[in-house]
Design a protein around this ligand. Structure first.
Ligand code: HEM
Length: 251
């Protein structure tokens, strides 16, 4: 946060970031407990234990890590922009790898048992989310980390990139809620209405994911938490721009 920012604003910001981390980590732990305790744990053998890798990887990668990758711009306000950009890209890469592992796990599991692919609303929404996530990552790389386009195009794409990031987080949480309901219907359809512990645990997980999404949307959209423009970095980038694209005074 900015040095001059009022103390109370910095404290509120710190508390909200802390809360988001507690809620996000609790979601990951609860998913692991759900799959570990109620569904026999994890393995990579095509069985139901391999399916269990799917929810864990999706919640960890596409929700928790994706949220944190976005948050680095708000948290590290005094670090050089280049460093924050690289950190943003690395956390996103980690999120992408973990999500792909989670996706392979469920397709593998379906193949072992001859279960049809891509028939449910959850699978459609989930696939759309992952495809947009991959696109967003590649475009982010080409536009910002190793820019191959003009600074005008970059400036044009930036708000789209920021908006898509938030949409992706919302889509990932929405898809996970659908996945949670589907898993409950498969595993405890006859006892869900009796408020059995597994059903309650899964409901709490869903609520935590929604809370994580709300906290993230608030932290990311609030104007006063945004990274203030750094005159030094701005002038450096203008200098770089005039060197690479030619300024009105250059030949
Ligand atoms: C953003 C997170 C998620 C994404 C992108 C996602 C994506 C997908 C996709 C594409 C499939 C279809 C696989 C196939 O047809 O072979 C699938 C299956 C499944 N997922 Fe997820 N998933 C996510 C989170 C979750 C969570 C948290 C659960 C909770 C347990 C879950 C439960 C299931 C279940 C039960 C299936 C098998 C039935 C079906 O194909 O719909 N998913 N998921």
């Amino acid at each position: 946060m900015e040095e001059s920012a009022p103390r109370s604003r910095r404290i509120t910001f710190g508390c909200l970031v802390g809360a988001s981390q507690v809620v996000g980590l609790a979601s990951v732990v609860l998913t692991a407990v759900w799959m570990g305790h109620y569904h026999g744990g994890f393995a990579w053998d095509g069985t139901a234990k391999e399916f269990n890798v799917h929810p864990l990887c999706m919640v960890l990668g596409l929700i928790f890590l994706q949220g944190d990758a976005i948050l680095v711009y708000r948290v590290f306000q005094n670090e050089p922009k280049k460093v924050v950009k690289v950190l943003h890209g690395i956390i996103h890469l980690l999120a992408l790898i973990i999500s792909i592992v989670g996706m392979v796990a469920v397709f593998d599991f379906h193949r072992t048992y001859g279960i049809p692919d891509m028939y449910s609303l959850h699978s459609w929404c989930g696939m759309v989310t992952l495809v947009i996530f991959c696109l967003q990552w590649v475009l982010g790389l080409l536009f910002f980390l190793f820019p191959v386009v003009s600074s005008q195009l970059r400036a044009l794409y930036l708000p789209i990139h920021v908006f898509s990031g938030l949409v992706l987080l919302v889509l990932a949480i929405g898809s996970s809620l659908l996945g949670i309901v589907e898993k409950l219907l498969f595993s405890i359809m006859s006892t869900y209405s009796k408020r059995v512990p597994e059903g309650i645990l899964a409901n709490v997980l869903g609520i935590l994911l929604v809370c994580f999404g709300v906290l993230m949307c608030y932290l990311i959209s609030k104007e006063e938490y945004k990274r203030p423009p750094n005159p030094e970095e701005e002038s450096l980038s203008i200098h770089f721009k005039s060197l690479t694209e030619g300024s009105p005074t250059s030949p």
